[in-house]
Design a protein. Structure first.
Ligand SMILES: Nc1ncnc2c1ncn2[C@@H]1O[C@H](COP(=O)(O)OP(=O)(O)OP(=O)(O)O)[C@@H](O)[C@H]1O
Ligand SMILES: Nc1ncnc2c1ncn2[C@@H]1O[C@H](COP(=O)(O)OP(=O)(O)OP(=O)(O)O)[C@@H](O)[C@H]1O
Ligand SMILES: [Mg+2]
Ligand SMILES: [Mg+2]
Lengths: 305, 228, 357, 228, 357
């Protein structure tokens, strides 16, 4: 933990009341606070906590992180209650930028979603393409919902968006062919961890981000069945809140955070993160991989001015 | 504040159009929480009376513990129950995880301490002379209970109202044990929670208004019954 | 039959009853009198099984009611109690009276009948639908009596049943008690602080003092022949004179007391320290020049106080030692009694009740 | 069931090692919820008394509404307060979103109806003759309140215990308004919630045990105070 | 001075007081008597501002206490009330008595002093630390009196203050009331159902009946000269004889009543329908062959009942119309009174109190 700045309500009521969200007008000597809203799956990997300590030391800053579902995180951003957003849902990010709420999106990492399921793989999808696997699960699930099931996040999160994208790419109309199509398709409406647990309980398939899966691997019996496929790409980006919309958001340090993330040293840290714990990295650095991710180079490597 | 107005408008809209999804989750909320409250009442009132009207060593400690359980977080209740009901858990054979039955169980467990504690408080407010009078008139144990509860009915119904309120408004256990499965275990609070995580504030508020609406109806019915 | 055997009760440090013994016979009206705080209510509560004795036992028709493995309910259903501070259920008067009957599953038609009759007797007809909580003190007391009586108990326990009632209402309740006692042969145990009520109603009276029955006897015995000076004082005998028996001839003793000598019928031997109790109403007042008084004891004195006392006048007379006497207003008027007046008082030797100190 | 034992062991470990993170969030939980409870008590008791001891049109309806608010979901409280406190909200200028102050506010609002309602119930249990006696002895308004509350102290402290329990165990508002920021607004329930979402069941249970532990301490202190 | 002007009170449908008028003077002991449920407690509560009259007004030293925009507190602090059913705070006896004083911010040392003195007077010294809830009925009543008295009120309101007390404790309380009334000139308004208490304590008595004061007067006036037959009946005059004035010579009327003629002192003209009230203690009993009776009224009859009545015997005698008489036990013994005995009764014309029907 950081432990150096830990305001308790009794100890620093006035400070918190008068300078709740430090602004750019603060003198450089003063410790600034950066407020980040992040999607849960990213936060839960622990990557941000690992980066935060280093950043705080280097920039004489304090980083506060709020983790929430993608929708809620974007909501906080829209209202200008945070300085920086870190999410993984490009469609909605685009809308967010287009609406002028966000600026300076930078992609800093990526990894892949995986399809997990029971070890005995009742639908037999192992090593299929994601689209094929989904189609098979649907077919077998419709035929025998007792043995083949799919649990969906069902919460409009980034992961859920990705799931919908896969259905679409497999040629289905999500709301018509999938939702409410039978007992095989279970819309959980909860977080990733809970969804994995539910899938495990029901011996069902589900789509998961790699980080959450690895974190809960030893507590559940599900195994990864589909790990390859472009459509499974999971891109994490960072953007700062537009001060024109919300005067008062912390601009300087938000930029510094963005640049810190895409800096070569940090990219290296990202590449190595999780290896010691899981034996494999949780993220791939975005640097140098802009083509693979399918974005402009500037969005990956150009520091924010 | 626009959201609040949006929420009210949406609530009105959902109600007048009898939106089937909303009807369903409202009905489930009501069914689950009412059942949990009724069962909890049937346990808590005799249990509370047994504690209040008997002297035994450890009585004070027991009351203390019951009051402490007021602070039991719903997530913890959900977790513990999950560990019991999971496939590999001691009660896994029941196969009721992620069903309304399990949610009833969770809510019931959650509100039992509150209802028992408030029953004790309510009954302790009944005058000793009333208690003596009931006994003296030749009451059996059950008749004693009935009459003393009747005398404390205002406070006991307050406890029931509170238990119901806590049950229908809790979300932690409902989501863990029920799973917030669309069309099956989604209740008002889990739906609100979902909507909020999706930042559909208007819908959240609309569902909140509906939740308060049914709470109002339940309370009114109980109050009318009480005044009969 | 209720037998009290060595009944003791204490609340923590506070010792209330130490050794209460009595046998209350079937069909008897037994009154418990005694100073405030002497344990009258406590004793009634023990009989009604609302509390447990610290010692001794209470038998109802031979069965120890507080024995372990005995159901309190069966005993309680044979009794009914009216509490000193009657509690009103938060219901109508009708429902308040009906409770005991409903507990016994009496058909509602019969309940209605009984309640109508009971309300008539206690003078509260038409009060059926009133909320019992809003009744006046006396009204509630009467409702509580009705509530107990309608269950037709074998034993009726009444704790100061008319404490809040005016004389007219008191008479109605007393009549009711006497009637159910006579007609249904109910045993009635009542506590009262109204000496006259004890006298009027009771077959026997127990005087509860210092944790024991200081005396049990007929009203006559208790009021005319108290066992000791405390009982004497409590039952309203105001002339209690300490003295020593000087001589005793054929059962008529001469008692020397503070300068005067009193003749009294008693077998006690000379030298015995005694109290001579003389009821104020047994003292006759004569004008100082009256002659030919037949009573053994004639003392001269001076009136020092005149107080109204209902239909009587209450006089204090200083005869060297103070005496009090009760005479009718008419006599007082006839004799021209007023403070300072010189009078003679007389009382028979047989009117002096002598107790050993 | 292994999780429960794990949880207990972890709780013991966290406590005996005085784990600084745990100490910090425990202290914050306690501070926030105690403050919220104290403020809510100071408002609810006089407010409840004002309702109970005055006759006014709409009194019954008001009590009904208060009882209905027992069912107010914490998420809704959180949302509404968020809409007030967000940067452009009516109270945005306070800048207290994502601070403990805002959490105190949220919890206080959440428990106000419960505490007011239970205060009314508690005071309605005080005998009319006691009330008359207090007045008759020449009580000012404040003295009347003090004495009548004193007579109902058992039930009122029950209400306080319940309010505190509800405050310290709620998570919906705490997470929305506080943001569960590590080192700043993370309290026991939001930490439990986070751990649960990460399926760290042992840690969740450990934190739950700690939460119940401090609730027990608080209740015991209150009870001892009450019995003085 | 407390003025009651056309005070009315109803609870919903139930009309309790219709038109109560009285002036209670400073330093007076005023007793309210009346049947159970007549509104005694209600009236005291109105004076103590615990309830609001439905009509009329109550003035304390000229100020209407129920007027709007008047602080109840200032008035209440000048009074103290003891309730019919005294409530105990869930605290010690000491704290119970201290409450009123603490409200007035009296220093604790003074409070301690006052409470010690008060407990002494009410006979409960040493009870300081007892939990008030566990007191006996009479003990609590005394504590409530102490609680009221220690605040030194200008007006003391006592609702049946000795209802639960034995005669000895009653005397102590009555002495206390008389003393504070004399020494501190406190005005005392008390309700009681104990006629003797009214007589003993009160300077004036108000008889509350059917929503009004049927009569206000000195004890003598109320008990000897009741205004109507209801009052007469209530104050215990058992001989109430309906009749018609036949003739009237110099203020001595002959009243024909059911076969007998009664001579009575009254100015009422012939033809007036009247009630003749004769107090039982004013009737003298003679043996049937007794001669030379000086009283105007002499009737022959036969004893139909003999009942104990405290120090007296209560006789019913049938003389064509029934009469009751009170005589001392001694006289009864001397005269050999028993049921069936033929006797003559006599009473003076002046002992007959005549009220118009
Ligand atoms: N709140 C109330 N609602 C309805 N009736 C009431 C209420 N309070 C009192 N009464 C009625 O008013 C009448 C007068 O009551 P109050 O208590 O003044 O009588 P009281 O003269 O003191 O009688 P008691 O001698 O029995 O104490 C009673 O008939 C009583 O039932
Ligand atoms: N629970 C208790 N704890 C302590 N003392 C008690 C308790 N109950 C009664 N007492 C005491 O026991 C004594 C007897 O009480 P009880 O009520 O039997 O008296 P009582 O004879 O009925 O008096 P009263 O004529 O005043 O009603 C009293 O001094 C009382 O204070
Ligand atoms: Mg008693
Ligand atoms: Mg009264």
């Amino acid at each position: 933990g950081t432990g150096n700045v830990t305001p308790t309500p009794t100890a620093t009521p006035t400070e918190a009341a008068t300078t709740p969200l430090p602004t750019t007008t603060a003198t450089p000597a003063e410790t600034q606070t950066l407020l980040i809203a992040t999607t849960t799956s990213l936060y839960d990997t622990g990557l941000l906590d690992a980066l935060k300590a280093d950043f705080e030391k280097k920039y004489n800053a304090k980083v506060d992180i709020i983790s929430a579902g993608t929708g809620k995180a974007l909501g906080y951003g829209e209202n200008g209650d945070v300085d920086v957003m870190m999410v993984h849902d490009r469609t909605r990010e685009d809308a967010f930028l287009a609406a002028g709420y966000g600026l300076d999106r930078r992609v800093f990492a990526y990894n892949f979603f995986i399809v997990v399921g029971p070890a005995n793989d009742p639908a037999g999808i192992k090593n299929m393409t994601p689209e094929k696997a989904f189609t098979t699960i649907r077919e077998k699930g419709l035929a025998d919902p007792a043995t083949v099931k799919f649990v969906s996040r069902g919460d409009d999160s980034g992961t859920h968006s990705k799931e919908k994208a896969i259905w679409k790419s497999a040629g289905f109309n999500y709301s018509k062919d999938i939702q409410k199509s039978g007992d095989w398709y279970i819309e959980a409406g909860t977080g990733m961890g809970a969804t994995l647990v539910m899938a495990d309980e029901k011996q069902a398939y589900t789509l998961s981000d790699i980080g959450t899966y690895l974190a809960s691997k030893d507590k559940i019996s599900l195994v990864p069945l589909v790990e390859e496929g472009d459509v499974l790409l999971n891109v994490y980006s960072v953007m700062r809140i537009n001060p024109a919309k919300h005067p008062g958001v912390n601009v300087t340090i938000a930029k510094e955070w963005t640049n810190y993330l895409i800096s070569p040293e940090t990219q290296k840290t990202i590449a190595e993160f999780g290896v010691d714990k899981y034996g494999e990295p949780l993220f791939y650095p975005a640097a140098g991989n802009w083509e693979k991710i399918g974005v402009n180079q500037s969005e990956v490597e150009e520091p924010v001015a | 504040m626009g959201f609040i107005i949006d929420g009210i408008l949406e609530a009105v809209h959902l109600i007048v159009t009898l939106d089937p999804d909303v009807m369903e989750i409202t009905a489930l909320s009501l069914a689950v929480s009412l059942t949990a409250t009724v069962i909890a009442t049937l346990i808590a009132v005799p249990f509370g009376a047994a504690i209040q009207f008997n002297d035994f060593p450890g009585k004070k400690v027991l009351i203390q513990v019951i009051q402490t359980l007021y602070s039991l977080p719903t997530v913890i209740v959900g977790l513990l129950l999950f560990l019991l009901l999971t496939r590999h858990g001691p009660l896994g054979f029941l196969g009721i995880l992620f069903t309304p039955q399990a949610m009833i169980l969770a809510q019931m467990i959650l509100i039992l301490p509150i209802m028992t504690g408030l029953t004790i408080t309510a009954l302790s407010g009944v005058d000793a002379t009333i208690r003596d009078t009931i006994l003296s008139l030749g009451a059996t144990r059950l008749q004693f209970l009935r009459h003393v509860v009747r005398e404390a009915r205002f406070a006991i119904l307050g406890a029931v109202a509170l238990g119901f309120g806590r049950a229908i408004s809790e979300v932690g256990a409902a989501i863990l044990i029920g799973g917030n499965i669309y069309g099956r275990t989604r209740v008002l609070t889990t739906a609100i929670s979902l909507n909020t995580s999706q930042w559909n504030i208007g819908s959240s508020i609309a569902l909140g208004i509906i939740l308060l609406g049914i709470a109002l109806v339940v309370n009114t019915v109980v109050t009318i019954y009480q005044q009969r | 039959m209720i037998e009290l055997r060595h009944v003791a009760k204490n609340f923590g440090e506070k010792v209330v009853l130490t050794d209460v013994n009595a046998t209350i016979r079937d069909g008897e009206i037994f009154a418990i009198i005694g100073p405030s705080g002497s344990g009258k209510s406590t004793l009634l509560r023990l009989i009604n099984l609302l509390d447990t004795p610290s010692g001794g036992e209470i038998l109802l028709d031979g069965a120890a009611i507080h024995a372990e493995r005995v159901s309190a309910l069966a005993f309680r259903r044979r009794m009914a109690m009216v509490f000193q501070k009657p509690a009103a259920f938060n219901e109508s008067v009708y429902d308040n009276i009906a409770i005991g009957l409903r507990m016994r599953h009496v058909p509602e038609a019969e309940i209605r009948e009984k309640i109508t009759a009971a309300l008539e007797v206690i003078g509260l007809s038409g009060y059926e639908m009133r909320k019992a909580k809003t009744l006046s003190g006396g009204e509630m007391q009467r409702v509580a009596i009705a509530r107990a009586v309608v269950t037709d108990p074998v034993v009726l326990l009444l704790d100061e049943p008319t404490a809040n009632l005016d004389p007219v209402a008191t008479e109605a309740i007393e009549d009711l008690v006497v009637r159910i006692n006579r007609e249904m042969n109910q045993t009635v145990v009542l506590s009262t602080h109204d000496m006259l009520q004890g006298q009027r109603l009771a077959h026997r009276i127990g005087v509860l003092m210092d944790g024991v029955f200081a005396q049990i006897g007929t009203p006559r015995e208790v009021f005319a022949m108290p066992k000791n000076r405390h009982v004497a004082r409590f039952v309203g005998i105001e002339n209690i004179i300490e003295g020593t028996v000087r001589e005793n001839r054929d059962g008529v003793a001469a008692i020397a007391a503070g300068g005067v000598t009193i003749a009294a019928v008693t077998p006690l031997a000379p030298g015995t320290k005694v109290c001579a109790c003389i009821k104020p109403e047994d003292i006759t007042i004569h004008l100082a020049d009256g002659t030919g008084i037949s009573a053994r004891n004639v003392l001269s004195g001076r009136v020092t106080g005149v107080k109204a006392y209902g239909p009587l006048n209450h006089l204090t007379i200083d005869c060297g030692i103070p005496f009090t006497a009760l005479i009718t207003w008419k006599s007082a008027e006839d004799l021209g009694i007023r403070v300072g007046k010189a009078v003679k008082i007389s009382f028979k030797a047989s009117a002096v009740h002598v107790v050993e100190e």
